[in-house]
Design a protein. Sequence first.
Length: 171
Amino acid sequence: MSGRWMIYGANGYTGRLIVDLARKQGMTPILAGRNSQSILELAKSTGLSGDIFDLSDSHRVARRIKGLDLVLNCAGPFSHTAKQMLNACIASKVSYLDITGEIDVFEMVFRLERQVQDAGICAIPGVGFDVVPTDTLANLLKAKLPNASRLVLAFNAQNGSPSPGTAKTVV
């Protein structure tokens, strides 16, 4: 990716994993989130720039992200963050991705399809491990193995428990 992009919620469990992977691939995302101490420490330790803001005002968020090509929202629970960030992305003409698995967020994004198209951006929820990649894999396997009748996916969490953000979402 050569454009300017941001990881919002970069200081969370999954956000940090994405930051590490992005750095390994030579990418330089802007790290952002609500927790100033955590974001600034992460920015300093990675040599990346950081930005601190909450999502309480979509118009203010739109001004903060203006000029970016993409925002990857890693701040959950997404029922509290997706709508505000997506509205800001639409207003700023910045593409939106998130890592949610929350069905309400998918439905909200689909309801805003016309505004997303009018803004000329992409809005794709669920680009985290659990939804888009696994569905894409299932579709690819079905194309390659048309006679297959079932698919079993296995997941192995490193520490055997969900991330703190996933646990909050479940609750």
